[in-house]
Write a protein that binds this ligand. Structure first.
Ligand code: AMP
Ligand code: MG
Length: 484
């Protein structure tokens, strides 16, 4: 198989030609010029009315027939035999300076995998996806990106009537754990192997020289598992909850994928559930690391046949990969918690120090993002008033100061380091909501102002202090659900 093989070239059932549905009155609300430049898009393909039609799905990308892919997945713990790109269309595969990039429209109408749904996405959720992708990218978290957001007056029925929007998102690949589950659970093992071969050749080229396929696939799966673990460790240390960590929403490249009812936690609660539809709290903040591991176990089950011809040996090899998750998770999460406290060296007792702080934050109903940011400012007087147990916080503070001083790093240097890892700005639900309300009136300025701040989340932006604040007291918390 050629190293330049596209997903489209694999043909059906991997990528089935599907067409977008005309979006009436399409208008571009916002476009990501920097990403367009990175992709090497020609100005005429990016600016002007023709580009709007392209990113609305109203015209095909020159030389490329749009495709949809089939996948399956474990949704809230239960296997669903067939899902797929119900409202996502691959509209281009580009070779860029940074490698292959896929462009996908979300909400451009139903595909053969829509299962009776309308194939659309509403402005509210599209805008959240756009903002969150770019915020995560700026925070250094692997994620799909957002290239453009097109709106329309087309009515879309959700809990209330809303209007349609189409996001164009970008990633090296949108392949999910669920793609592999689909072929394994339908006993299409040869097709499974073809897909794995494609992914390794395209996206893990450093493994191409591993001659024995079983070993090559074992190394590939180990990397996938490690990337997933590191991703969730990053989420945890940013207070980010995905909301729907089903295996069909897990990227084989370890990207944050499918922004739906996600949330950056405001008041720290270990049992916080950001998705209103998740009534059992399966994807609560504190459950996410273990859920990530469970999802990896499902991927390994699905891919066992790639590891050995004999089923028992294959299963054994697949199970032997899983511990890579915990190792990678523990190493990354502790490295990141330490960094958030301005610590560099690994010492015994660090995990306890972090846990004591999180417990105090939970008792004090403290804002996760602002609390870590304030620690870096080292203003004990201002800080301790945030905690409901000031004496316990003082004791923690003293222990932290001692621990930090023992590394021999000056206070100014530590403060600077902490500012580079503890963001001041994250995408708070109420901010996205305000930007949505303005956008629904056709005003993109609030969205642009917010985006500018989220793109530089570690800076002070004195004029933008309002974007750092939690939802105003008394304002009921916004409920975000799977309805999008
Ligand atoms: P999600 O909950 O967004 O991860 O979606 C789960 C599955 O439902 C995926 O296969 C989606 O493509 C599909 N889906 C969700 N919303 C729609 C929609 N409005 N139209 C068609 N398919 C959808
Ligand atoms: Mg999804």
């Amino acid at each position: 198989m050629s190293a330049r093989m596209t997903l489209a070239a694999l043909g059906p059932p991997y990528a089935t030609v599907a067409s977008a549905t005309l979006l009436p009155g399409a208008e571009r609300l916002i476009g990501n010029d920097a990403l367009a430049a990175e992709l090497g898009l020609a100005p005429q393909a990016w600016h002007g009315p023709e580009a709007t039609q392209l990113f609305a799905g109203n015209r095909p990308w020159p030389g490329y027939a749009p495709r949809a892919t089939v996948y399956a997945g474990h949704q809230f713990g239960r296997y669903t035999r067939q899902l797929g790109d119900g409202r996502a269309l691959l509209i281009a595969e580009l070779d860029t300076g940074q490698g292959r990039r896929e462009l996908q429209l979300k909400g451009a109408g139903p595909t053969p995998y829509a299962r009776g749904s309308d194939g659309r996405a509403v402005l509210r959720s599209s805008l959240r996806e756009y903002l969150a992708s770019e915020a995560m990218h700026a925070l250094g978290v692997p994620t799909t990106r957002a290239l453009s957001l097109v709106t329309s007056k087309l009515a879309v029925q959700r809990e209330r009537t809303e209007t349609a929007a189409v996001v164009c998102r970008v990633a090296p690949s949108f392949l999910r754990f669920g793609h592999f589950e689909y072929y394994a659970h339908s006993a299409q093992f040869e097709r499974l192997a073809v897909l794995a071969h494609h992914v390794v050749a395209q996206h893990f080229p450093h493994l191409a020289d591993v001659a024995a396929p079983g070993e090559r696939h074992a190394q590939w799966l180990t990397e996938v598992v490690e990337r997933q673990a590191r991703l969730i460790a990053m989420w945890q240390t940013l207070g980010f909850c995905h909301g729907v960590m089903n295996t069909d929403n897990c990227s084989v490249l370890g990207l944050t994928l499918d922004y739906g009812p996600f949330g950056f936690m405001e008041r720290f609660r270990a049992h916080h559930v950001c998705n209103h539809s998740d009534t059992e709290g399966r994807y609560a903040y504190r459950a996410q690391p273990a859920i990530g591991q469970w999802n990896c176990a499902r991927l390994l089950d699905a891919c066992a046949s790639l590891l050995h011809d004999e089923p028992e040996a294959a299963g054994e090899r697949a199970r032997a990969i899983l511990p890579a998750y915990e190792r990678a998770y523990n190493a990354t999460v502790m490295q990141r918690w330490r960094a958030k406290l301005g610590l560099h060296e690994a010492r015994e007792g660090d995990a306890a120090l972090v846990n004591r702080l999180l417990t105090l934050m939970q008792q004090g109903r403290c804002d996760f993002t602002l609390s870590f940011r304030a620690l870096g400012d080292q203003d004990l007087g201002a800080l301790r008033t945030r905690y409901s147990e000031p004496a316990a916080f003082d004791a923690w503070w003293a222990d932290w100061q001692l621990r930090a001083a023992s590394e021999g790093v000056g206070e100014a240097e530590r403060r600077e380091r902490m500012r580079r890892v503890n963001p001041r700005f994250v995408l708070r639900n109420h901010l996205a909501q305000t930007a949505t309300e303005a956008a629904e009136r056709g005003d993109a300025s609030a969205l642009q102002d917010l985006l500018r701040v989220l793109q530089r989340p570690f800076d002070e932006h004195a004029a933008s202090a309002r974007f750092a604040q939690p939802a105003p007291a008394g304002q009921p918390a916004l409920e975000v659900s799977c309805s999008s």
